[in-house]
Design a protein around this ligand. Structure first.
Ligand code: FAD
Ligand code: DHB
Length: 392
């Protein structure tokens, strides 16, 4: 099989790239390791930046997003018996966030691609990349119907943190910069109405907590937990009790409880590779960088990368120039580092570190007090939370 851009991975990055290229008349093919039902059922991020929302709407993908996405003009921060609201809209000249599950974004993209009979191959094993440094790249893999081989002009590695693309780049080419945090998140999706109409981020001496939702019926919550613990060791009652304690809920605020539909423990790390390109391979999304989820940036970063990468491919095929492709890595990384900084800062402020001393605990409270009490600091927090402007 021959195509212009071979895409590895059908997460938000790979699907969005395929969609944007298709709109521009550029051929691509996606190879995805997992099944269609698996990628549609994968519960992950849920907070969409203003620029992500605007882009999806501009691309004609906004029907369900505008109907079902929840627009939030602010969120609450709780710490040391304080409750402070960050008025995102007021502090950013009218920008908002939209709560709309990553799963729904994947569903919208997949529906749009399938409507046009886009070639998306699921359950492809043993994907490997060849010729990426020779200008004649090829992707090989094995599907239910036998071997599959795709020769292309470029490869987009959109296969997430554990994918094969980044690992195909020869040793010594990439600088890897990372930080592991000594805690994880227990994330649950529960069939329970939300007690609050806005997100709540809580700092507590027992650990951080985030109260979120998906719709009137479904709530989504995160609790800081031990990275080596198992999700099973958290019975439902313990999760709800712990959430109430950390959110400092008073008697009038008992959380509506309900069956837990999904629970997962995710380790937290910050991770970046530089550059995000080698030969004809371009990395995008989690394949190139990971942020701890405290700033709600993972999916948004993947979308920002793809906007630049698609612009680079479009310029190449329409104008025969590679300026944007050549600048892809440098331009994306400048924004990625600013988002890494924000995610690291939110993580440092909301989580309890093992063996944390009293000085550090006071610093966290002072940081939270400043971030929520100073108009200038709150504006900075809001500017980052609603999302920095896209760079392309
Ligand atoms: P992915 O969504 O990881 O997509 C990569 C795709 O490539 C997958 O479909 C995968 O199956 C496929 N693939 C992998 N290897 C291969 C291979 N060898 N061959 C072919 N295909 C392959 N972010 C937040 O902001 N907030 C959150 O609450 C949050 N929760 C998360 C929870 C979990 C468990 C995880 C893993 C991530 C979470 N994130 C969260 C991060 C966010 O979901 C990611 O940043 C986002 O999914 C990145 O999109 P992507 O397309 O780059 O990668
Ligand atoms: C959600 C995810 C996040 O990473 C976060 O910081 C807040 C909310 C969510 O899935 O709703």
């Amino acid at each position: 099989m021959r195509t212009q851009v071979g895409i590895i991975g059908a997460g938000p990055a790979g699907l969005l790239l395929a969609y944007m290229l298709r709109r521009a008349g550029i051929d691509s093919v996606i190879l995805e390791k997992r099944s269609r039902s698996y990628i549609l059922g994968r519960v992950r991020a849920g907070v969409m930046e203003q620029a992500t929302r605007d882009l999806l709407i501009e691309l004609g993908l906004g029907d369900r997003l505008c109907r079902d996405g929840l627009l939030h003009k602010g969120f609450e921060i709780r710490f040391a018996n304080e409750r402070r609201r960050i008025d995102l809209s007021e502090l950013t000249g009218g920008k908002v966030i939209t709560v709309y599950g990553q799963q729904e974004v994947v569903k919208d993209l997949l529906a749009a691609l399938e409507q046009e009979n886009y070639p998306l191959h699921f359950e492809i094993d043993d994907v490997h990349l060849e010729g990426i440094d020779e200008g004649a790249p090829c992707i090989r893999g094995r599907g239910a119907e036998g071997p599959i081989e795709i020769s292309c002009d470029f490869i987009a590695g959109c296969d997430g943190f554990y994918g094969v693309s980044r690992a195909s780049i020869p040793d010594g080419v990439l600088s890897v910069l990372s930080r592991e945090y000594p805690f994880a998140w227990l994330s649950i999706l529960a069939e329970a109405p939300s007690a609050s109409h806005e997100l709540i981020y809580a700092h507590h001496q027992r650990g951080g907590a985030i109260y979120s939702m998906r719709n009137k019926r479904l709530s989504r919550h995160n609790l800081q937990c031990d990275p080596d613990g198992a999700a099973k060791s958290w019975p439902a009652d313990k999760i709800w009790d712990e959430l109430e304690v950390r959110l400092n809920a008073d008697n009038s605020e008992r959380l509506p409880r309900g069956p837990i539909l999904d629970r997962v423990i995710t380790r937290m790390r910050s991770f970046v590779v530089e550059p995000m390109q080698y030969g004809s391979l371009f990395l995008a999304g989690d394949a190139a960088h990971i942020v701890p989820p405290t700033g709600a940036k993972g999916m948004n970063l993947a979308v920002a990368d793809i906007k630049c990468l698609a612009a680079g491919f479009i310029e190449h095929y329409r104008a025969g120039r590679r300026d944007k492709l050549n600048a892809y890595s440098t331009i994306c990384l400048a924004r990625i580092w600013r988002v890494q900084r924000f995610s690291w800062w939110m993580t440092s402020m909301f989580h309890r570190f093992p063996d944390q001393d009293t000085f550090t605990a006071h610093m966290q409270i002072a940081e939270l007090d400043h971030a929520t009490g100073s108009q200038a600091a709150a504006a900075s927090l809001a500017e980052n939370y609603v999302g920095l402007p896209h760079s392309c």
